[in-house]
Design a protein around this ligand. Structure first.
Ligand SMILES: [Zn+2]
Length: 90
């Protein structure tokens, strides 16, 4: 199960949510079944290492079904330390 963060515009796996909120931006997330999977556009699963805004410690989160556009968006986020593309069967 994943949830969609309307602020990051990305899917977040449920296990990464912090009290139901996006670990990156803190916005509440609605858990829903993945329904974007059938689209034909290229999507990535990415592992993002970022600095937590409160603790200033490195944390990681896996986003799924990230479009190329949103991949670029997160690359430009200030608190992102590194991004790793995860292998994925299409
Ligand atoms: Zn978010």
């Amino acid at each position: 199960m994943s949830g969609y963060c309307s602020s990051c515009k990305m899917m977040v796996q449920e296990k990464y949510l912090i009290k139901g909120k996006c670990p990156m931006c803190g916005k509440p997330i609605v858990i829903e079944q993945l329904k974007l999977a059938k689209r034909k556009t290229i999507k990535y699963d990415i592992l993002v290492v970022y600095l937590d805004k409160t603790t200033k410690q490195e944390c990681s989160v896996t986003y799924t079904d990230v479009s190329a556009y949103n991949y670029q968006r997160i690359e430009q986020a200030k608190n992102v330390v590194s991004i790793t593309k995860l292998n994925r069967e299409v």
